[in-house]
Design a protein around this ligand. Structure first.
Ligand SMILES: [Zn+2]
Length: 216
């Protein structure tokens, strides 16, 4: 069943198709025919005429295309419900977007937790004054925008265009820290395991082997 919003969107598309493709004398009656339909009638009309509006809509949806990998993007995080990618038209360094896999006009709560995780990583690595979130949607697919604020940027600030190479570099900077963090936590675990006096010898040995690897 089509939602009210979808019905309106589809009607708009069909109407503009009619206006550009139909002979002038038929436009008015065809338009009023479409406009008078309720969502049930519209759905039947689409079926009868073999118009696959909902599929077409999903194919057109840029967020679905990014989430499924049809459109290339620089991914900086993922969980079971959403992915996080760097915005191709960033306002500031680290400007990114969480896209739920599912085409839905309400982002699941898991999308917000991914946005918060990304925000923490950005704060740690790039030290912005603040990180702002905003939800937006296109064709009924809601996403969460993540904007690091260094000076006085907001979501209406001027956008730049980043190349894939530039975005890959930012991703590297973000993930470099993750590796360091992992090493630190490995070291923490390691120390935790060898706190007993009797283990001191093996701790020293391990430490000796361990440290040179950390020198670049
Ligand atoms: Zn979508």
């Amino acid at each position: 069943m089509l939602s009210e919003e979808e019905t309106e969107e589809i009607k708009k598309k069909i109407t503009s198709h009619i206006e550009t493709n139909f002979p002038p004398e038929q436009i008015l009656s065809a338009r009023s025919q479409i406009e008078s339909m309720n969502s049930e009638q519209l759905e039947k009309f689409l079926e009868k005429n073999n118009i696959m509006m909902s599929d077409e809509k999903k194919d057109e949806c840029v967020f679905c295309a990014i989430a499924s990998g049809k459109i290339g993007s620089v991914k900086i995080g993922e969980n079971e419900k959403a992915i996080a990618v760097l915005d191709i038209n960033p306002i500031s360094k680290g400007h990114s977007m969480v896209i739920p896999f599912e085409h839905n006009d309400v982002a699941p709560k898991e999308a917000m937790s991914l946005a918060e995780k990304i925000s923490k990583e950005i704060k740690k690595k790039f030290s912005p004054k603040n990180v702002e979130f905003s939800k937006s949607k296109l064709f009924g697919h809601e996403v969460i925008n993540i904007l690091p604020v260094y000076k006085d940027e907001d979501f209406n600030s001027e956008k730049s265009h980043a190349s894939m190479e530039e975005l890959e570099k930012i991703k590297e900077e973000l993930e470099k820290e993750e590796k360091e963090e992992e090493e630190n936590s490995r070291e923490q675990n390691f120390k935790g395991k060898f706190t007993k006096e009797t283990d001191k010898v093996s701790f020293e040995e391990e430490k000796f082997l361990w440290l040179p690897k950390r020198i670049p």
